[in-house]
Write a protein that binds this ligand. Structure first.
Ligand SMILES: [Zn+2]
Length: 337
C-alpha cells in the first residue's frame, strides 16, 4: 500500500471513528457470543421446521425462500441461521435454474445480504440482486438518471473509479467506455473533489490512460538483463505499486463518491475504507454464489440431511451431526476479497 494510502487510511479512520464504532457495534451484535448456542452439540430443529423442510420440493423455489424467512425470523441458534442461509442459497439456485429467474433469486440475495457477517459480502450480494433485476437498485438512481438499468451503470462507474485507482488502466478504460458511465461521471463528478465535473472526467481519463505501468506492466518488478541466475529489481516508475499517486483527500473523495453511487449497497464509505482499505469492487457473478456459500444445489431434498433424491426417509429428528455429515461447508463464511 502506498504511504499516501496508509496515511489516508489512518486519517480516514480518525475521521470516521464514530462510523467505525458503529460497524464494530453491529458486528458485535452478530457475534457468536450473543447467540444462545449452549446446545450446539446436539441441537434439534423445532418440529415445525422439520415438517416444512421435508415438504420442500425443488420445483417450488419460492417455498425455500419463504421457509428461510420464517427460520431466520425465529432463529435462536447459529445452526438455524446457517439453515436459513442454505435455504436462501437453494432458493436462489433453484429459481434461476431454467435461466429465467423470478423475484425469488434477487430476493434471496437481499435476504442473504441481511444476514451476511461482512459488509463487503452484503454489498456483493446486493449488487448481485441488482444485476439480476435492476428493480432492486436504490430508487434514487432510477429517478435521477433516465434509462432502465441505471443501477448497473452506477455500479460500473464505481468499478471504473476503483480500477483507475488500482492502476488497472485497461479494465478502467473498458469500463469508462460503457454506456452511461461518462454521463454519470459528468453529472456527479464534483463529488470526486473537483470544482467542475469536466475536470473530474479529464483527471479520471488521464489516470486510466497512464496505467498499467509502462515500465513493468503492473508486474511491479523488472528483469535485470545479463544476470545469471536471472534477477529482478523493483520497478523505478511505479516503485512496485501501480496506480496514480493520490492525496489523502483524493482517496477519501473517491471512496465517498463510490459509496454515493452505491447508495444502499454500501452503508457508508467509512465502513468500506475500514474493511477493505479501498480495494476495487468485486464483480457480482451469480455462478459464484453457491460456491461461496458452500451450497450444493443438486441436493435440494431434506431427509435428515440434504439429499439429491427424495427417496431417503427420515426416522429420527435431525441433529447438527447429521447436518454436518451431509454438508461440511455449511457454516463456512463468505471469503474476504
Ligand atoms: Zn512499474
Amino acid at each position: 500500500m502506498k504511504s499516501q494510502g496508509r496515511a489516508a487510511f489512518w486519517l480516514g479512520l480518525a475521521w470516521i471513528m464514530a462510523g467505525t464504532l458503529c460497524v464494530s457495534g453491529s458486528r458485535a451484535m452478530q457475534s457468536d457470543a450473543d447467540i444462545p448456542d449452549a446446545d450446539e452439540r446436539r441441537p434439534e430443529f423445532p418440529a415445525w421446521i422439520v415438517t416444512r423442510l421435508e415438504s420442500l420440493n425443488p420445483d417450488n423455489a419460492e417455498s425455500y425462500f419463504l421457509l428461510g424467512e420464517e427460520v431466520i425470523d425465529a432463529a435462536t441458534s447459529k445452526t438455524e441461521e446457517t439453515l436459513a442461509r442454505r435455504l436462501f442459497g437453494l432458493a436462489f439456485e433453484l429459481d434461476r435454474r431454467d435461466g429465467s429467474p423470478t423475484w425469488v433469486a434477487p430476493s434471496s440475495c437481499i435476504a442473504l445480504a441481511s444476514i451476511a457477517r461482512l459488509e463487503s459480502d452484503a454489498r456483493w450480494l446486493r449488487a448481485l440482486a441488482n444485476r439480476i433485476d435492476p428493480r432492486y437498485a436504490p430508487p434514487a438512481w432510477r429517478e435521477s438518471v433516465s434509462g432502465g438499468a441505471v443501477s448497473s451503470v452506477a455500479f460500473t462507474t464505481a468499478e471504473a473509479v476503483g480500477e483507475t485507482r488500482a492502476g488497472n488502466g485497461i479494465q478502467a478504460r473498458n469500463l469508462l467506455g460503457k454506456p452511461g458511465v461518462r454521463e454519470l461521471l459528468l453529472r456527479y463528478g464534483k463529488l470526486l473533489g473537483f470544482s467542475a465535473a469536466t475536470g473530474a472526467v479529464w483527471q479520471i481519463d488521464q489516470w486510466a490512460g497512464g496505467w498499467p505501468c509502462r515500465e513493468c506492466g503492473n508486474e511491479r518488478v523488472v528483469f535485470r538483463p545479463d544476470t545469471d541466475p536471472p534477477s529482478y529489481r523493483e520497478c523505478y516508475t511505479c516503485r512496485g505499486n501501480p496506480g496514480p499517486v493520490l492525496s489523502p483527500a483524493q482517496l477519501i473523495a473517491q471512496l465517498r463518491f463510490e459509496s454515493r453511487l452505491l447508495h444502499g449497497i454500501s452503508r457508508s464509505w467509512g465502513a468500506q475504507l475500514a474493511i477493505d482499505m479501498g480495494a476495487p469492487l468485486r464483480e457480482p457473478v451469480a455462478d459464484e454464489l453457491a460456491a461461496v456459500l458452500g451450497i450444493d444445489a443438486d441436493k435440494p431434498y431434506w431427509r435428515s440431511g440434504w439429499n439429491a433424491t427424495p427417496d431417503a426417509r427420515v426416522t429420527s429428528s435431525p441433529t447438527l451431526d447429521s447436518t454436518n455429515t451431509s454438508d461440511q461447508n455449511d457454516s463456512q463464511e463468505l471469503p474476504d476479497d
